[in-house]
Write a protein that binds this ligand. Structure first.
Ligand code: ADP
Ligand code: ASP
Ligand code: MG
Length: 406
């Protein structure tokens, strides 16, 4: 029998009715002859609710206890889905991350999956059960509960598919696949039949939350066929595949956006060797990821140094930078957490010039000021004022002719 891993996101299990609908989908796959491992997220809104509860107690809640709290959301949904399957006559068994030993490192809130012990899963499958596993959670070597970061159930599912050598990993969500941009922002977004792992990594890392980035990295590294599709329709979704001939004829595959960033600038920094390390070293030590970095040309031996961090880390990063400012005797720190990043992604950029200038001209025509730019081989990211984000997505989507035919 072939083994399928299916993952159902928060909106797909948002109510008892929807959980029953998911159970029916699982049963249909079972009847089609598949063995099934089903990964579920917490019910929609639950993880946010739990975070808000912790924040009523502390601005910076203890990371271990916060993970214990957040992991509870998925515990509820695995139990409910398993009950629904049993009620429909299908043998099924739920497991939490630690029960099947989804082993992670110790980075609370953003733990990485290291290994998965398949013993209990295989036993359960052999007994004819559908195996229902809590997404987003694991356990470290000292048996502490860890969580994988927002959207982490995607990673749980793809990692399970990789470790179990499943035939495919199906990601069921509230849209019909991966689109040329967020269909919630641009009504003309077009569903892609296929997308390369590399493009999806860039889209996911620049804000297309339809897949969590680590899930795509896992899929690429272990060549897991991933099919993103809707819980609410039966239409074919989007397949993630290795880059194929002809793919690079398409200049741009998608536009992504991210409102979760904040910009920090250290003014009048002495321009000498080691200064970037003195600024960013303490940021790294505090476990804060830095995204874009811009260091300007120096005048009179002084330069401005700007970088972006996740908005959740903004307050912490500003505190650290104020100490760095005093230490290296620069001329002050300014921060802006009302910025956003828009990115244009496509493997065709490798072989075609002019994509960047088209993007800059398009934004200029709308009077949108560019604050920072960064590029990779297949991506251009631009930081702008948050209030222009939706407009920027729509005009770039149009400029690169990504719209579906009317
Ligand atoms: P789930 O709860 O199922 O994990 P998410 O909310 O995490 O679902 O991801 C699905 C959402 O991702 C969609 O509703 C859509 O608004 C958003 N999204 C952003 N970019 C894209 C894109 N390029 N293609 C499809 N959906 C996208
Ligand atoms: N429940 C978690 C979240 O909301 C994980 C997930 O949905 O993938 O981020
Ligand atoms: Mg998600």
């Amino acid at each position: 029998m072939s083994l399928l891993v299916q993952k159902y996101g928060g909106t797909s299990v948002a109510s008892i009715d929807r959980i029953k609908q998911v159970a029916a989908k699982v049963l249909a796959a079972r009847r089609a002859g598949h063995d099934l491992v089903v990964v579920v997220s917490a019910m929609a809104g639950e993880t946010n609710r739990l975070i808000a509860l912790a924040q009523q107690i502390s601005d910076l809640p203890d990371e271990r206890e916060k993970d214990v709290l957040l992991a509870s959301g998925e515990q509820v949904s695995v139990a409910l889905l398993t009950l629904a399957l049993k009620e429909a006559g299908q043998p099924a068994r739920s497991f939490l991350g630690h029960q099947v030993r989804i082993a992670t490192d110790k980075a609370y809130g953003k733990a990485r999956i290291l290994s998965i012990d398949s013993t209990k899963i295989l036993q359960s499958l052999k007994a004819g059960e559908v195996v229902v596993i809590a997404g987003f959670q694991g356990v470290d070597e000292d048996d502490n509960i860890t969580t994988l970061g927002r959207g982490g159930s995607d990673t749980s599912a793809v990692a399970l598919a990789a470790f179990l050598s499943a035939q495919a990993c199906e990601i069921y969500t509230d849209v019909e696949g991966v689109y040329t941009t967020d269909p919630g922002i641009c009504p003309h977004a077009r569903k892609l039949a296929r997308i390369s792992y590399d493009e999806m990594i860039e889209l996911a890392s620049t804000g297309a939350k339809v897949l969590e980035i680590r899930s795509v990295e896992f899929a690429k590294n272990f060549s897991v066929p991933v099919h993103v599709r809707s819980t609410f329709t039966d239409v074919e979704g989007t397949w993630l595949i290795n880059e194929e001939e002809g793919m690079s004829d398409v200049l741009v595959s998608g536009v992504a956006c991210d409102r979760n960033e904040a910009k920090i600038t250290l003014l009048g920094v002495p321009d000498r060797p080691g200064i970037a390390y003195q600024i960013l070293g303490p940021i790294g030590d505090a476990n804060i990821d830095v995204d874009m970095i811009v260091q300007n040309v120096s005048h009179d031996g002084l330069t401005d140094f700007s970088f972006t961090v996740h908005r959740n880390d903004f307050a912490k990063a500003m505190e650290i930078l104020k100490m760095v400012d005093a230490h290296i005797k620069s001329r002050g720190v300014v921060g802006d957490d009302k910025i956003a990043k828009v990115s244009v992604v496509g493997v065709g950029m490798r072989s075609h010039a002019g994509i960047a200038s088209t993007a800059f001209r398009t934004l200029a025509e709308e009077g949108i000021n560019i604050q920072m730019i960064s590029t990779s081989e297949i991506k251009i990211s631009i930081v702008i004022d948050e209030k222009y984000l939706e407009l920027a997505v729509r005009v770039l989507h149009k400029a690169f002719e990504l719209e579906h035919a009317a």
